[in-house]
Ligand binder design. Structure first.
Ligand code: SAM
Length: 289
């Protein structure tokens, strides 16, 4: 099959850019950015620096979640007029917890080709360096910061058998680890990838307990991607009364009523809600009591 010359007219190129190390920009991505007719970027100031160092002088169009709807027709017009357009985000692959998805969909809908120039992605980079199973995995991106949807997602993640990848801001990392510990237990394997591809890149593991201990003395600073092992057969053995109570307490701490917490854990454990509700009022006597 003959390869058409790049950049071709009327094509949207989704271009991966570095997540830290500028050496990770591929020669093909560089060539593309130097030769397209226009570049849509999440933040023109942020990307302006990278583009300037590349000698990429095409006109820049901001494209972010607040102007995507208004900007899309203008970008589609460029394609319709036979221009080539590159889409980049602040870092990594556009569309992955970054703007891009809607423009790609609209471009295809308008009958234009979309070609991805692959590049770094924090999720995949963290996954393949985690040592956890990579053959099947889930990507959750950023979890909702609070509320019922966060609780529901966390509960689902805790029961998921596949490896799960989560993005999290540093100031929320410890809370997330606390929640995961309550739902998955302290021995679940986890790897926290910090500052991937950068000078101070670090992998922190290997259990939730160890990671919590680490961050109790090391303030989370930088960019983090969390890779959580899937629930194993042992982990889905019916949890003890103490575990069930702990899971309900985590939900209640996040704002659920006792009734809601009992209902949620009933769903996840398969136990009757009334049993769980009564556990809240007659907690099990611990061995230490
Ligand atoms: N589009 C990007 C990608 O392809 O990975 C993700 C953008 S998202 C707005 C930013 C989040 O990705 C950060 O909060 C962090 O969770 C993760 N991330 C980005 N760069 C990272 C890095 N160098 N090391 C670890 N995590 C990173």
């Amino acid at each position: 099959m003959s390869k058409r010359l790049e950049p071709a007219p009327g094509v949207l190129y989704v271009v991966g850019t570095p997540i830290g190390n500028l050496g990770d920009l591929s020669p093909r991505a560089k060539f593309l950015l130097q030769n397209v007719s226009a570049i849509a970027c999440e933040d023109t100031r942020h990307s302006g620096y990278l583009l300037k160092t590349l000698g990429a002088n095409a006109p820049l169009f901001s494209f972010h979640k607040h102007n995507a709807t208004n900007r899309t027709p203008q970008l589609l017009d460029l394609l319709k007029n036979g221009e080539s357009l590159a889409l980049i985000s602040d870092a990594g692959l556009p569309g992955i917890s970054d703007p891009g998805e809607s423009l790609v969909a609209a471009t295809k809908q308008a009958g234009h080709d979309v070609i991805c120039i692959p590049g770094p992605c924090a999720a995949i980079t963290a996954l393949v360096s985690s040592g956890l199973p990579c053959n099947q995995f889930c990507f959750e991106g950023f979890l909702p910061s609070k509320g019922k949807s966060r609780e529901e997602i966390l509960l689902r993640v805790s029961k998921e058998n596949r490896t799960t990848i989560i993005y999290e801001a540093p100031h929320r990392l410890i809370r997330l680890l606390d929640e995961l510990e309550g739902l998955c237990g302290e021995e679940r394997s986890i790897q926290i990838a910090k500052e991937l591809t950068k000078l101070h890149e670090q992998q922190i593991g290997s259990t939730i307990k160890e990671v919590r201990e680490y961050f109790s003395v090391n303030k989370p600073i930088g960019e983090f991607t969390i890779v959580l092992a899937g629930a194993t057969k042992e982990a889905v053995i019916p949890p003890s009364s103490e575990d069930l109570l702990e899971q309900m307490k985590v939900l209640m701490k996040a704002g659920a009523s006792a009734n809601e917490a009992a209902r949620e854990i009933a769903k996840s454990s398969g136990l009757a809600k009334r049993i769980l509700y009564s556990l809240l009022h007659n907690p099990p006597i611990s061995n230490n009591d």
